[in-house]
Design a protein around this ligand. Structure first.
Ligand code: ZN
Ligand code: ZN
Length: 257
């Protein structure tokens, strides 16, 4: 039984997913389910409102395996392919649920969607494109259904992107720096989801060590790391060495928030 307010990690992998195509490393050859990671995405339910965060190339498979057959809106953190490539799949919800899909994101991401999916916005050409409503967000809180959502700006290399705070949950992916004002928004929250790519440093994503440092500063009740590459190591081994209240997320993990 799923709880009232929860998050399901639909995917916890970096942009390539794990296993990486054609890679023969021991992580990619692992038979353990927790070492297999689709692209990073999550389903959040709070007060009966259902949100998808990011819609990457594995979206269809993710909804099928988690048996999610409807949702109220999609939040998109940034415009990189591993976070928007599944947009065409919303057509199923247009047909079956007979509704347009509400998407909330920054202006630069909306621009990326217009560039990457021009047929969605072509009134004459393409038959049956995805039907979406693009809602542009800034730094101000906004409401979807019964959830108030506060955008939390974080840095992904030189690019500002969105994290989100909703209820007791703070969700940040693809960051390598969190400005002080954003840190202040997330301190002492219930559940923190934070990206941690691998053990070695990376120019645009937190390493595990950096993510642990940020998590210690934010002091959530529980912290889960996501957007993980095959260079992280085996899920169970890394997890066993993490500080108290911190864990690696894995695909299909469902936790109460
Ligand atoms: Zn990413
Ligand atoms: Zn590998």
């Amino acid at each position: 039984m799923r709880k009232d307010n929860f998050i399901i990690f639909l995917g916890t992998g970096t942009s390539t997913g794990v296993p990486v195509l054609s890679c023969n490393c021991e992580i990619c050859r692992s038979k353990h389910e927790k070492d297999k990671r689709l692209r990073t995405s999550a389903f959040v339910q709070i007060n009966n409102t259902r949100i998808i965060i990011d819609i990457g190339p594995d979206f269809r498979q993710q909804l099928l395996r988690s048996e999610i057959d409807d949702f109220d809106a999609i939040l998109i953190t940034h415009g990189h392919r591993d976070h928007i490539a599944g947009l065409d799949e919303v057509r199923a919800f247009n047909y079956i649920r007979n509704k347009r899909i509400d998407i909330y994101t920054r202006k630069d991401v909306a621009d990326a969607i217009r560039t990457e999916f021009p047929y969605i916005f072509d009134p004459k050409g393409y038959k049956g494109p995805p039907q979406i409503n693009l809602h542009i967000i800034n730094q101000d809180p906004f409401t979807i259904g019964n959830i108030e959502i506060t955008p939390v700006e974080v840095m992904h290399g030189k690019m500002p992107i969105s994290g989100f705070k909703m209820g007791n949950l703070c969700y940040v992916t693809d960051a390598n720096l969190i400005p002080e004002e954003s840190m202040n928004l997330m301190r002492d929250c219930g559940t923190l989801v934070l990206n941690a790519l691998r053990t070695r440093p990376h120019p645009t994503h937190f390493s595990l060590e950096e993510a642990i440092e940020v998590a210690k500063k934010l002091n959530p009740s529980q912290c889960y790391f996501t957007h993980i590459s095959h260079f992280m190591g085996f899920h169970d081994e890394i997890n066993a060495g993490l500080p108290n209240k911190m864990q690696l997320a894995h695909d299909m993990l469902c936790i109460e928030i």
